[in-house]
Design a protein around this ligand. Structure first.
Ligand SMILES: [Zn+2]
Length: 253
């Protein structure tokens, strides 16, 4: 299985309109971060996690891979705002979309015009075919088997996913005990960590490192990073098995 961190920026991206680059060195291109998305590829099947506002450019930078299925971690705007562009992958049949069953009503309200049975669907796309998923209930998507993991994300919730010995956990600040248990034994972990400073919706560095000590994966790539997370500083200060991600970073699992 191959992974690409398509984008690793926090909700406003880096640079953003609040603090521009903040503590990040503007001269280091690895500090330019589009909003967070991940692509996994196995046996020619491409599974995309989330559709941030820059997804069109992120997929262009990845060489225009065809997308065969789409998974949402949750429905915040920084993970959904590029959703219309994915209609391009539904020209012959509806694109399968997987999301937390708890988010299904919200999705229908906001994106009714993209669902395949909607009468307004235009002739260029079959739209999306929704598949609700439930925490701790395994699902098969193409060659992948995913275990959805419930995460606390501020007042809301999000889903993380374990896929064989890999896990993707973004937009979370707490997990239940059974989620921790389910992550044990992973080799590679792409983990959302928004800042050096404390945060009540996301993991921050000190807490992320505590969790990494508990789960003990062989290697961790941080994602969903904001303007306090300078690439070179993190490379210097973090233990060698924990690395900041960057847009376009690839890895094999
Ligand atoms: Zn979020």
């Amino acid at each position: 299985m191959k992974g690409i961190i398509l984008g690793c920026g926090s909700s406003a991206g880096v640079p953003n309109l609040y603090k521009q680059y903040g503590n990040c060195d503007p001269k280091n291109p690895k500090n330019n971060r589009c909003r967070t998305a991940l692509l996994l590829e196995k046996e020619g099947f491409h599974l995309l996690f989330d559709t941030p506002p820059e997804i069109r450019l992120e997929l262009k930078n990845a060489g225009f891979p065809p997308i065969h299925s789409l998974v949402f971690t949750h429905l915040h705007a920084d993970h959904t705002a590029g959703i219309n562009d994915l209609k391009a992958f539904a020209d012959e049949k509806p694109l399968p979309v997987y999301l937390n069953a708890a988010d299904e009503d919200n999705f229908h309200r906001r994106f009714y015009y993209l669902i395949s049975d909607d009468k307004e669907m235009d002739k260029y796309s079959h739209g999306f075919n929704l598949n609700p998923v439930y925490p701790m209930q395994e699902i098969k998507i193409g060659p992948f088997t995913l275990l959805p993991l419930l995460q606390k994300h501020g007042e809301g919730q999000s889903l993380g996913f374990r896929i064989d010995n890999f896990a993707y956990s973004t937009d979370l600040n707490a997990m239940q005990d059974d989620t921790f248990e389910a992550l044990k034994g992973i080799d590679t972990w792409v983990l959302g960590c928004v800042s050096v400073k404390e945060n009540n919706k996301h993991l921050y560095l000190a807490k992320a490192l505590q969790w990494i000590d508990i789960i003990r994966p062989r290697r961790v790539y941080l994602t969903h990073m904001g303007t306090t997370m300078d690439y070179a500083t993190l490379c210097k200060e973090l233990p060698p098995h924990v690395r900041p991600g960057y847009d376009g970073m690839t890895f094999d699992v």
